[in-house]
Ligand binder design. Structure first.
Ligand SMILES: O=c1ccn([C@@H]2O[C@H](COP(=O)(O)OP(=O)(O)O[C@H]3OC[C@@H](O)[C@H](O)[C@H]3O)[C@@H](O)[C@H]2O)c(=O)[nH]1
Length: 457
């Protein structure tokens, strides 16, 4: 046991019912279980089956099923975000609010010392009755919270924010580089949208953060120190960092299909493109993306969900694409083993959306990084990598937020051409950054320190 803390805790985890949240909550659960703490993980039934393989400490991490009730408009049997269209998320959150008594009963029985939660802003109220400490555990970057979800950002309830208001960061925001551009500011408009009955997205999150005992981020001071300090001041409570909490490298070998295909190429030659678990591209942008990658003449592996309006990824490919790329390119409409692919010697470039998980995985890899963000937090993560750390290149977009195949090709070539000065510069910076992050014990020291801070709560 490598724990440095004195007491062992019982911690309940109650994340938003989406796989982008379950997975990082399970990663931190594994790290805590490894240090001798006991975890009760609240989740719906189907997700339990799908996540079982990620539970590395089944003796210490117990799953407890929460039944999601029916609410009008939510398709029968909905349990997670993966079961519905994104537009129905407010109904799922309303259904999750109705689990309050169920959750209260379970926590009363379990008697945890801590509950980690995110969107269920009523958890701190239960804490007072049941006697646990509540930790708002956030799975996106601190920069994204600092710009959008602090008391200093005024979000009126009776109207939508104007473009100018959305562009303006809250007073005292600690960066002049990590900002939205004009065409991107609208990605924060959802702050005023109703998210559950009679409550906006902004209210739900800020209430949770105001009322909890501590706020916690899956990030490190080296990358986001000023944003964490800013949030600590805004809320006047401890902000605890767990570090990146990356999953342990998979012990099982990559499937033959990938190994055999990648083996055909020279070192660092293949461009790998994936956009996380949630993003569905518009048809036109999907086609520009694959055509832009093809234009580079480099071998490539693209793993994306079928775009809007297409049943399969093959249906969405431009005319003659599959015939032209035969032997040199591979297109896949389902998830692939991303971390293993990134670590394969033939892969040299990672084109991605800069979701928070992919951001850490690209930073730790040997690949050149090309970014095409879409949602709010992905845009700020991209600016951290491209403007602050200068380890990645961002694909150019026009004033409407559209990218062209030429801009995709140009960005990839900028980092992949062997004599490119930009490519060498970014690679040098990435090496320095990686040396810090991959220092022995960097990640585990963060978690040990996090546990000590929990003790102090
Ligand atoms: O084909 C794939 C794609 C992705 N993955 C894995 O799935 C995870 C994706 O996580 P990301 O955080 O990058 O992206 P997601 O889009 O799924 O996340 C979501 O939550 C985090 C936010 O920052 C993102 O904005 C949001 O979209 C990564 O760990 C990645 O390794 C695969 O294993 N295979």
């Amino acid at each position: 046991m490598d724990s440095q803390s004195s007491s062992k805790h019982h911690i309940a985890m109650f994340p938003w019912f989406a796989f982008g949240h379950f997975t990082p909550y399970l990663h931190i659960s594994n790290e805590l279980a490894k240090r001798g703490h006991r975890i009760s993980f609240l989740l719906p039934k189907k997700a339990q089956l799908q996540l079982q393989h990620l539970n590395l400490y089944p003796d210490s991490i117990t799953f407890h099923v929460i039944t999601v009730p029916q609410v009008e408009g939510l398709p029968h049997g909905t349990e997670t975000v993966s079961d519905i269209d994104n537009s129905l998320q407010p109904l799922l959150v309303a259904a999750m609010d109705l689990t309050r008594d169920q959750v209260k009963g379970l926590l009363h029985q379990l008697k945890p010392d801590f509950v980690f939660f995110d969107f269920m802003h009523w958890i701190p109220e239960l804490a007072t009755d049941l006697g646990f400490e509540s930790v708002y555990y956030i799975i996106i970057s601190a920069a994204s919270v600092a710009i959008a979800l602090v008391p200093g950002r005024k979000v009126p309830k009776d109207r939508l924010l104007t473009e100018d208001e959305l562009m303006e960061p809250p007073l005292g925001y600690p960066s002049t580089k990590i900002l939205f551009r004009k065409h991107e500011a609208r990605s924060l408009i959802f702050l005023s949208y109703e998210f559950g009955k009679g409550i906006t997205f902004y209210e739900r999150n800020t209430i949770g953060m105001k009322q909890c005992d501590a706020i916690s981020f899956r990030t490190c001071r080296e990358l986001e120190g000023p944003f964490c300090d800013y949030i600590q001041n805004q809320y006047g409570k401890p902000v605890l960092l767990t570090g990146p909490v990356l999953p342990e490298p998979s012990q099982s070998p990559m499937e033959d299909m990938w190994v055999n295909w990648l083996a055909k190429f020279e070192p660092c030659e293949v461009v790998f493109c994936a956009f996380g678990s949630q993003l569905t591209l518009d048809m036109k942008q999907f086609q520009e993306l694959v055509l832009g990658i093809e234009l580079t003449s480099l071998p490539f592996l693209v793993a994306l969900k079928p775009p809007v309006g297409a049943a399969t990824i093959e249906d969405a490919l431009p005319e003659g694409f599959l015939e032209r790329i035969s032997g040199k390119g591979m297109v896949c409409g389902t998830m692939v083993p991303q971390t293993q692919i990134l670590n394969h010697p033939s892969v040299g470039c990672f084109v991605n959306h800069c979701g928070f998980g992919s951001m850490w995985e690209s930073l730790m890899s040997h690949c050149q990084i090309v970014l095409i963000p879409h949602l709010g937090d992905q845009i700020l993560n991209t600016r951290i990598l491209s403007e602050e750390l200068q380890v990645a290149v961002e694909v150019d977009k026009d004033e409407n937020g559209w990218f062209s195949k030429e801009s995709v090709c140009e960005a990839i070539k900028m980092v992949m051409d062997t004599d490119s000065k930009v490519g060498q510069f970014l690679r040098g910076n990435q090496e320095k950054c990686k040396t810090k992050l991959l220092k022995p014990d960097f990640v585990s020291n963060y978690i040990d320190e996090f546990v000590q801070q929990l003790d102090k709560l």
